[in-house]
Write a protein that binds this ligand. Structure first.
Ligand code: SF4
Length: 381
């Protein structure tokens, strides 16, 4: 697989109550951020040229759609000037409903964005309000329709389940509305409570009633059954595609341990078995780059066992699982022989399947993957 590029756009109109992605709501530093982002791309192009051309660019955040198309075009052109990028690359922009109109969407299309990921999150206004989203269901649907009208043929929507007060019936209604829109891709995430968020504080003070693990598993299984029954291919624990062609090429790089470069505050990179992250502060980011310094928060060379466990962990979250040949080529030993003691009980309990060329979790195994996967990291090497 070719490497990918991630751009973190750290601006949002307002902060959602559950979100711990780095972003600020003050947009006054946008132009300085664009300037320093271009500088960061220049800086890395001197030292991090890929062996194969990049074939995905993903603009995430934050809310990249708060930027105008001129600024996004500056970013994309800067990448293309500095790095080899395949002509037919997947170029994704995350869109927040309420930040776009038809004209803006058309201009995104005209500068080469060919895939949108729209953060709809729920088709219930009660859920959206609780989550602190800036839009209503009607506005979210409108943004989706306008995206089609603007000519986008590859649209993904993001949804969240196991929201407080949401029951399985509500979630089924959301899924039903989602498939009516016929998106090429659906990401459905279990709500998680992250430290430092308003939801975390509410939970700590006993003001947020979350679902029990058992109920979350029911949400997960309903999602799988409903979407696969409606023709979606479940290819990663939280991701569904209308067909193989509609799989997010960029996100697959994370799951298959393919190198990627991240630019922008708080972005992560994985390159030559080294992982680093940028500082989570626009001011610090701008200031370090203005002095031609890498805006690093941390950098670590991954040990063999870290790479190995990450590889197993990420691949077993995909429905393709682990291919023995790729595993052997990458790590130099046989997966089944090495992990026999972990694999056999999983097979007996119908939590995993062993095929001629691969090993993967079953739907039952996926449901409790969080409790299965750590066993691989504890295994003796
Ligand atoms: S969920 Fe998205 S829109 Fe909401 S604060 Fe986080 S990054 Fe911004």
């Amino acid at each position: 697989m070719n490497p990918g590029i991630y751009i973190h756009v750290p601006f949002c109109t307002s902060k959602c109550a559950y979100c711990d992605f780095y972003s600020v709501t003050n947009l006054t530093s946008v132009s300085e951020y664009i300037k320093q982002l271009c500088r960061e791309i220049d800086l890395y192009s001197e030292t991090h040229q890929p062996q194969q051309a990049f074939d995905t660019i993903y603009l995430g955040g934050g809310t990249p759609s708060v930027l105008d198309s001129e600024n996004i075009s500056i970013i994309i052109n800067k990448i293309k000037e500095n790095f080899p990028v395949n002509q037919d690359s997947e170029i994704t922009l995350e869109v927040n409903p309420g930040t776009v109109d038809l004209e803006k969407l058309k201009s995104f299309k005209s500068i080469g964005i060919n895939r949108l990921s729209i953060g709809i999150q729920s088709f219930s206004d009660r859920d959206l309000k609780l989550l602190g989203r800036i839009h209503t269901v009607e506005e979210a649907e409108k943004s989706y329709q306008l995206s089609r009208q603007a000519g986008f043929e590859d649209i993904g929507i993001d949804l969240i389940y196991a929201i407080p007060k949401q029951d399985l019936k509500d979630w089924k209604m959301s899924l039903n509305k989602a498939i009516k829109l016929k998106p090429e891709h659906i990401s459905a995430y279990n709500l998680t409570i992250e430290k430092g968020t308003p939801f975390f504080r509410l939970q700590e003070s006993g003001h947020l009633e979350l679902h029990e693990e058992k109920v979350e598993e029911e949400f997960f299984n309903l999602t799988h059954d409903f979407l696969t029954n409606h023709g979606y291919y479940h290819y990663e624990i939280s991701n569904f595609a209308k067909s193989e062609k509609c799989i997010s090429k960029h996100n697959c790089k994370y799951w298959h341990h393919v190198p990627y470069l991240g630019f922008g505050p708080s972005s992560h990179s994985f390159w030559n078995n080294t992982r680093w992250a940028n500082v989570s502060s626009v001011e610090q980011y701008n200031s370090l780059l203005s002095r031609n310094q890498r805006p690093l928060d941390f950098e670590e060379i991954l040990k063999f066992e870290d790479v190995l466990f990450e590889y197993i962990f990420l691949n077993l979250r995909t429905y393709q699982g682990i291919f023995f040949e790729s595993f052997q080529n990458k790590f130099g030993f046989n997966f089944v022989n090495k992990y026999e003691k972990i694999i056999n009980p999983l097979l007996l309990e119908n939590l995993a399947i062993l095929e001629e060329q691969s090993f993967k979790l079953t739907q039952k195994g996926m449901t409790i993957s969080d409790s299965i996967l750590p066993a691989f990291s504890n295994a003796q090497l």
